[in-house]
Write a protein that binds this ligand. Sequence first.
Ligand code: PLP
Length: 447
Amino acid sequence: KLMHAFVMRTPQGQRGWEARANAILPGGVNSPVRAWNAVGGQSLPIASANGAIVTDAAGGAYVDLVGSWGAAIAGHANPKVVSAVTRAAKRGLSFGATTEAEVELAELIRDRYAPAERVRLVSTGTEATMTALRLARGATGRDVVIKFAGHYHGHADPFLVAAGSGLATAGAPDSAGVTASTAADTMVLPYGDVDALTGAFAQHGERIAAVIAEGAPCNMGVVRPPDGFNRLIGELTRNEGAVFILDEVLTGFRAGPAGWWGIERDVALAKGEQPWVPDLVTFGKVIGGGLPVASVAGRADLMEQLAPLGPVYQAGTLSGNPVAVAAGLATLDIMDADAYATLARAADEVREGVHEALLASGVTHAVGRAGTLFSFFLGLDEPPVTFADAARQDTGLFRSLFRHMRAEGVSLPPSAFEAWFVSIAHESPITRQIVDAAGSWRPNERA
Ligand code: PLP
């Protein structure tokens, strides 16, 4: 039942495969983290995936905790999604003109996520954040964007900038090919640092077009935003005429039904407070259900600055692609209240179970959690807030855990800085298998 179908690998065959991939794809991959540089080794090509199980070309089956980096929330090849995609494909793959389904998906996003008053569909999270920043700059007539160290917003140039130390320092490029002048318009601050943020606004308020933050940071491991920090960003940006861009590409429709924002909204409402509201928000991953759909959304007056209504240009041949939109619609349709309860149960079982298992084995660790998202910081006593703290985790220990879990038939994300993604298909006994695998890890077998 658990599909423990391990097939003997021929090392020869695997080496042949790697050589072929490396000879044509830089690093053998089309996105760097897939190269397993942080954990060593290399995955065989994936042949298929179903539910919570991913199967490689040699027939090796693994419980999958990568989940297409968050998109596969309904489980791989969910039959409802596959049949919606098949039906859409038969009606035509792409028209370059608007369909009713696009309007329906945009309405669904707005209905579940109130700050999304207007929605523009794009194809990737990178496009969404890139567009959001251009929109913020166009609307404010200002240049500077504040981002937080350790937050990932895709690979557009202004976001590929690492932390300069100290308050409000102009960042240095984090990638070759990002010009110094681009980096100069990005200020990188330590996450959760109230003084750094208020100081940056006090000093440079008139130049700041936008502050961008992940709803909850999930690309330095999973970090719960410090209480009040998102609210503070909202207040400062509003008072200073800047735009608050909340990046929910990863957390949207996953951390909870209304993303990370919905979790803070509910806390505020329970306390009788007015919830804070982002000006712009970006989505991706879940809203495409495994096909390329992402979006920038937000306040109507800002969104209406976009072409063709306004002066901020943005476009895409494949934007709102009908097949991709069908996958997104079917996925959000599956994700009703019951499905979110199932997702939360899966997350709780794995997070709590692995935590207990690590405790029992005497492994120092901290659990990072934001709604149904979680990761483990090995070697840390406390969940981190800043990237500097997150970076102190023991990545060598993670490498050992990763390899052990693979040997036990569980595929973790190949980096200590990634969330462990569950889906509604991760039900017991699959969650049990994950916990048992973690329980049999002996960390002194360090790889
Ligand atoms: N923003 C966040 C928070 C992300 O996690 C990601 C991808 O992991 C992106 C943006 C970029 O999305 P994409 O990879 O679709 O370009």
